[in-house]
Design a protein around this ligand. Structure first.
Ligand SMILES: Cc1cc2nc3c(=O)[nH]c(=O)nc-3n(C[C@H](O)[C@H](O)[C@H](O)COP(=O)(O)OP(=O)(O)OC[C@H]3O[C@@H](n4cnc5c(N)ncnc54)[C@H](O)[C@@H]3O)c2cc1C
Length: 708
């Protein structure tokens, strides 16, 4: 402990001793409190107006200067003035004090904040102009945000002073009554036995439950406002209608059917959505063929003299389709109908918060709706891009002849997976990424490993290259102020995916989007309309099949049972993998994010080049990198680069989800020789760094002594 801290502790101890030595304990006695109360009451009875005025002025000063103590003063107000007058005085004093604090904040800080944070303030200003009064009212009614903070923050935004005053007074009235009432009950205690009186317990229960009750009231008021322009049907045909039969929609519909709700799933295109038809499944099938080619070409390193390999690209792509067909039954109409889901084909359109129209004809009424409309590849508006037949993850599966020269735009997971697969199948691939490295969300050394692997496989990796325009068969990029020309036969765009938000009623219902153009939802996955939910790629922020399914559970359960209990979507442990070779898998934080978010962590790295099984398999490359809380074995995140990283990461996902630390992973038997041992060795790296050196020195002495 530092000397300053020791001094502070000593001073506090001294003050405590002095307090009790001088008889301070009498202030803790019930009798003392009652004496003070009686004295105040006597003064009040003799000087009614003076007492009320003095209390009023002190209250205004405390709140106007944003000093702590308003809650205690309110209780005291109830104790002295009773429920009616206590409420009247506190209500006016708190509103006046709040307005003074508001004006001070406005006078001193508003111009500076508005100029300094102009970007952030623009949206807030617009929101306050539109909804300011109602927003303030809800903040006042639900005492979740401290009173003084609301005053100061509201001073910075464009709300009129008079509006601030009266909305504050109205919004705080219910809370004031509850507090003043608790004060009056406190004043009635005549002996310690009365503390357990029903009146007092009731008053404090009300105090405790008030924020919850207020929140329910505000939610109900908000819902009324949102639904005001719509005619609610008297009864509903269905409990739930799900729009889109991709990963999210299928799970939402399945959950609903499993709990015996009447659910309809509407799909305009193909059951299974992106994942089955144009995403995970075909990409992994293509990657497998490409990997076989790579292994065969690498046969000499396994002691095989030669293995001739000739790629029949059309046959590879036919196999991809066969794999899709083989998985198709899992997502089929037959299977889901059998599970109790009504599956309808057609384009869904939300026509009111409770009605969905199919292909402009049939209209279904439903108590709740889940939007699971997915996303589509984004094609950037680069000049000239419209002149070429661009490949995306949507149409690349129709190719039957291998492009000789393939330019891949985008260095994210999809770009990397496809670039490597096409290169291995024989295309001359140039990968163009605007940012300085591939897989920019991962740690720097992960990107470096990937770039080294790709370059070694003959892929031209052009990071830090910005695509400027497309000219007949050439992608013109810019790197450090000079133009770089990339000749191609086909151009594959993999620069991200945009949510499908147009053409099915969101605009008409006024359902807002986020800055990333996904459907805006709250933590329960509710949109602006509490009975309309969104999940999967259309809602973000993650774009994976497993996160879509995860969200779908919350959306479906909340949609069906939200009236009883709602569940917040839990994003505490989100894993993902990029299925390149080597694979990259991650859960939780990486070092980059920990730095960005200023989260202190320790890093333990185990190099897979040292792992027996990896050496035997000829895949001795990559690493296991684990982030832990400093001085503790609690895992904040893990990244694995290497063979089967996507499978190996499960151990860390489970550990994080269930609060298991590295000590326990280290203490678990891992089968020898497996790749999974790498996880245990990473835990060992952490343990070694935390070996208790002092204890070990003593033990060493003990052994020396034992040897005689
Ligand atoms: C090449 C590629 C590889 C990928 N690899 C992986 C991977 O390895 N692992 C992973 O986790 N994720 C992967 N993904 C991402 C994954 O595919 C998506 O995150 C997932 O499919 C999202 O599911 P969803 O249900 O939200 O949307 P989608 O699967 O897109 O489903 C939305 C469905 O809604 C339908 N629809 C839209 N509007 C309407 C309407 N008005 N009426 C009726 N139907 C409508 C669409 O036709 C579509 O079928 C990959 C994606 C791509 C492109």
């Amino acid at each position: 402990m530092s000397r300053v801290r020791v001094l502070v502790v000593a001073l506090i101890a001294l003050a405590v001793v002095a307090f009790f030595t001088l008889g301070g304990q009498r202030y803790f006695s019930f009798e003392w409190v009652k004496e003070q109360q009686a004295a105040i009451q006597a003064y009040y009875d003799a000087h009614v107006w003076q007492t009320a005025l003095a209390y009023f002025l002190v209250y205004v000063a405390v709140t106007g200067l944003s000093l702590p103590g308003a809650a205690v003063m309110t209780l005291a107000g109830g104790a002295v003035f009773g429920l009616l007058w206590g409420t009247v005085i506190v209500s006016f004093a708190s509103s006046l004090g709040a307005t003074l604090a508001f004006l001070a904040s406005r006078f001193l800080l508003r111009d500076w904040v508005q100029t300094r944070f102009a970007g952030y303030m623009q949206g807030i200003n617009e929101g306050v102009k539109k909804e300011g009064g109602f927003y303030l009212f809800t903040l006042r009614l639900i005492p979740a945000v401290p009173f003084f903070a609301i005053n100061l923050v509201m001073g910075l935004v464009p709300i009129r002073t008079w509006t601030f005053y009266w909305v504050s007074q109205l919004g705080m009235l219910a809370g004031t009554i509850v507090y003043v009432n608790a004060g009056t009950q406190l004043a009635r205690i005549t002996s310690l036995k009365n503390i357990l009186s029903w009146e007092l317990i009731g008053a404090f229960l009300l105090l405790g439950f008030f924020p919850l009750i207020a929140k329910k009231v505000v939610d109900a008021v908000k819902a009324r406002r949102v639904y005001a322009r719509w005619q609610k049907p008297a009864r509903f045909d269905r409990n739930l209608v799900v729009i889109g039969a991709g990963s999210a929609g299928l799970v939402a519909a399945y959950i609903a059917a499993a709990v015996k709700a009447k659910v309809t799933l509407i799909e305009k295109h193909r059951m299974g959505g992106d994942c089955l038809n144009t995403g995970c499944v075909p990409s992994k099938a293509l990657i497998k063929s490409a990997r076989v080619v790579s292994q065969m070409k690498n046969c000499k390193s396994y002691g095989l003299k030669n293995a001739s390999v000739e790629v029949d690209f059309a046959a590879v792509m036919e196999r991809v389709q066969r794999v899709v067909q083989a998985v198709e039954p899992h997502d089929s109409v037959e299977r889901y109908s059998g599970l109790g889901v009504e599956c309808l084909r057609g384009e869904a359109r939300i026509t009111s918060p409770w009605t969905v129209q199919i292909d402009g004809k049939t209209t279904l009424s439903t108590r709740a709706i889940v939007i699971a409309a997915g996303a589509r590849p984004f094609v950037p508006p680069i000049p000239g891009i419209g002149t070429v037949d661009v490949l995306t993850s949507d149409n690349v599966w129709q190719l039957r002849s291998l492009p000789r020269r393939l330019a891949v735009l985008g260095g994210g997971p999809i770009g990397c997976e496809l670039a490597q697969a096409f290169a291995r199948l024989g295309a001359q691939v140039t990968q163009v990424e605007m940012l300085p490295r591939l897989l920019p969300r991962e740690d720097v050394e992960v990107s470096a490993l990937m770039a080294k692997q790709f370059t070694g496989e003959g892929i031209a990796v052009l990071t830090g290259h910005k695509a400027l325009r497309v000219e007949a068969g050439t992608l013109v990029c810019e790197k450090d102020g000079r133009e770089v020309r990339v000749e191609f036969d086909r151009l594959l765009c993999a620069v991200g995916r945009v949510a499908n938000t147009k053409g099915y009623g969101l605009e008409e219902l006024g359902i807002p989007l986020t800055k990333s153009r996904t459907v805006e939802t709250n933590e329960y996955l509710q949109t602006l309309y509490p009975n309309i939910y969104a999940c999967g790629d259309v809602a973000g922020p993650y774009q994976f099949t497993h996160t879509a399914a995860h969200q779908a559970w919350f959306a479906a359960v909340n949609a069906l049972f939200g009236g009883l209990r709602k569940f917040r979507a839990d994003y505490s442990v989100i894993p993902w993998a990029t299925f390149t070779e080597p694979e990259v898998a991650r859960v939780g934080l990486n070092e980059l994010e920990a730095k960005e978010r200023n989260i202190a962590c320790e890093v333990s790295v185990y190099g897979i080049d040292d792992l027996d099984r990896a050496i035997a398999d000829g895949v001795a490359h990559g690493m296991v990198k684990v982030l832990t809380v400093p001085g503790k074995d609690r895992i904040l995140g893990a990244t694995i680069v290497g063979e089967h990283a996507g499978d190996l990461i499960i151990e860390f996902i489970t550990a994080m989800k269930h609060g298991i630390g590295l000590n326990k992973i280290l203490g678990t038997i891992h089968i020898y020789p497996t790749l999974a041992e790498a996880n245990k060795y990473a835990a060992g790296v952490w343990k070694k760094a935390h070996a208790p050196q002092g204890v070990l020195r003593q033990v060493e002495r003990f052994h020396a002594w034992m040897r005689g």
